[in-house]
Design a protein around this ligand. Structure first.
Ligand code: ADP
Ligand code: XUL
Length: 518
């Protein structure tokens, strides 16, 4: 059996798979806010950070690991686990001194992980992906390299506030002495992998690409980016490697305390988005994944590392080899919820039957679907912009605005994913809003591609479990065939008669957007 973890913003999840039966043997989760209230982080981070700072306490992630193993060993026989892999929320970083390895090697089973490893932290809290405090550092890094385009050409993304390099630079500037005594800078993913392995291990290519430090063409640290970020950085960073590189045996701490076998081995951890690409069965080009969560993300495998000329999209490593693109839209469910509440309706107003009533108006009324600042495109919108019939702009018929909002969201996705030059053959939909058939149908219609939804949620933890099996030699493509099954009856076909309608709407939407963004 193979165990995959996902250390995400709000929870730590484990999925145990049995490739012999094609079944998930066990799934367990720890919710940080609910189960570790002592960290005062109801949504997984410390609220009230100043100047855009969003940090989390790494001791909370360690306590969650102990708690999750305690649940797992009650629920299943962990001695059957052959290999462990995992994923983590991207970009977040953990800072540790030279005692980290020693402490990992000497873990005592009676007390927990947090108390034993906390003394090696050189930065008490970890900046995470929601942090926007490093605008100045991004500008400084770009200036040294000769502009944002050069940072993008090397690392796959322009310098971005949440990315690890700018975060490291800010720490170096604010606390130079603590930076100096830092011996290891880990991502959330490589930190968790190190704890499981009982030694400081590599960061994988997929997640390393979210740091503004990895040279994508060479898949090694980029000397110029490192130098522009902070002095002496190379010796503090783990070497990048493929996620399926076996690191060795699991730490004896987990063997003695939770009943893993002494022969159980560990691969690496990757980022949650690269792991989701695996768990959604989308590591080969052709399948696009759209995740409709708090924010919406659009990601896909890419044969070559093409970068977004506008700087909104990112390129990460694909765990199956090659690269993946990722585009994040801040106004996802937040905007859908805002319109729902403004119109005083519920989600049934977004379903197929309701949308069918306004089919005649498909592509006719336009909405820039932004209820607050957006990152793709980057603009501080203060509310949606509407252009169309008086009935639509006046809000007399709620259905018209709902249709235009969804069309606007997917036209915006279509427009901002054009740089990838990938024709979606099939879209795999995930995230909370994906269960709504009406929303799914509009995705199919706007992109003119069939939409599928999979049987299993937790795509990042599932992807990690599949990667653990792949690290032990199981072929990833056949693992994906058996575990990433579309849910029966969940497929949605595009209405082909709407192809020219959305072609025209895409053109008009683009013009309206240009006018608003300038
Ligand atoms: P997260 O990004 O936190 O993982 P989820 O993927 O769990 O988020 O998605 C949660 C969101 O899904 C909620 O904020 C809600 O707006 C949306 N949602 C849930 N059910 C529906 C539905 N039936 N129709 C549309 N949206 C829905
Ligand atoms: C991707 C990103 C988020 C995090 C959190 O760039 O910032 O999706 O990985 O899950």
């Amino acid at each position: 059996m193979f165990l995959g973890f996902d250390s995400s913003t709000q929870s730590l999840t484990a999925v145990l798979i049995d490739p012999a039966t094609g079944e998930i043997a066990c799934q367990q989760s720890v919710n940080f806010g609910a189960e570790l209230p002592q960290y005062g982080s109801p949504s997984g981070f410390i609220p009230g950070g100043l100047s855009g700072e969003v940090h989390a306490d790494p001791r909370m992630w360690l306590d969650a690991l102990d708690l999750l193993f305690a649940k797992l060993c009650k629920a299943t026989d962990l001695s059957k686990v052959e290999m462990i892999a995992g994923s983590g929320q991207q970009h977040g970083s953990v800072y540790l001194d030279e005692t980290f390895n020693e402490r990992l090697a000497m873990l005592d089973v009676t007390p927990g992980l947090a108390g034993q490893l906390a003394p090696s932290l050189t930065r008490a809290t970890s900046p995470i992906w929601m942090d926007t405090s490093t605008g100045k550092e991004c500008a400084e890094i770009a200036a040294v390299l000769g502009g944002p385009g050069e940072v993008c050409r090397r690392s796959g993304s322009v310098a971005i506030e949440r990315f690890t390099g700018p975060q490291i630079r800010r720490f170096f500037k604010q606390s130079p002495a603590d930076y100096k005594r830092t011996r290891h800078i880990h991502l959330v993913s490589s930190f968790m992998a190190s704890v499981l392995c009982g030694k400081s291990v590599s960061v994988d290519f997929g997640d390393a690409a979210g740091m503004n430090l990895l040279n994508l063409a060479a898949l090694t640290w980029d000397a110029n980016l490192l130098e522009a970020t902070a002095p002496g950085l190379l010796e503090k960073l783990p070497m990048p490697a493929s996620v399926t590189t076996v690191q060795g045996l699991v730490s004896p701490y987990f063997v003695k305390k939770y009943g893993l076998s002494a022969g159980c081995r560990c691969a690496l951890f990757t980022g949650d988005n690269p792991a989701s690409l695996v768990g959604m069965g989308a590591t080969a080009p052709g399948n696009i994944v759209i995740s409709l969560g708090t924010s919406d993300t659009f990601f896909a495998a890419m044969p070559a590392p093409i970068t977004d000329p506008n700087g909104f999209g990112h390129v990460f490593g694909n765990p199956a080899g090659g690269f993946m693109s990722l585009i994040c839209f801040r106004n996802g469910s937040l905007a859908r919820e805002a319109l729902r509440d403004r119109l005083g309706v519920d989600w049934s107003a977004f379903d197929c039957a309701a949308l069918e009533e306004t089919r005649e108006t498909a592509g006719k009324n336009l909405m820039l679907p932004f209820f607050g600042p957006e990152i793709t495109p980057r603009h501080d919108f203060s509310g949606p912009v509407m252009e169309g019939s008086a009935e639509f702009t006046g809000g007399e018929h709620p259905g018209l605005q709902i249709r235009a909002l969804l069309e606007g969201q997917f036209l915006n996705m279509r427009r901002h994913s054009e740089w990838m030059a990938v024709k979606p053959e099939r879209i795999r939909l995930t995230g909370g809003a994906s269960k709504n058939d009406g929303i799914g149908q509009l995705v199919a219609d706007v992109f003119q591609a069939p939409v599928e939804r999979l049987e299993i949620g937790n795509s990042a933890a599932l992807g990690a479990a599949l990667l653990a099996a792949a690290a032990a030699g199981e072929p990833l493509d056949s693992l994906q065939t058996s575990f990433c099954r579309p849910e029966t009856g969940s497929g949605l076909m595009p209405d082909r008669s709407l192809a020219p309608v959305y072609e025209e709407a895409a053109r008009k939407f683009g013009a309206l957007l240009e006018k608003a963004v300038g």
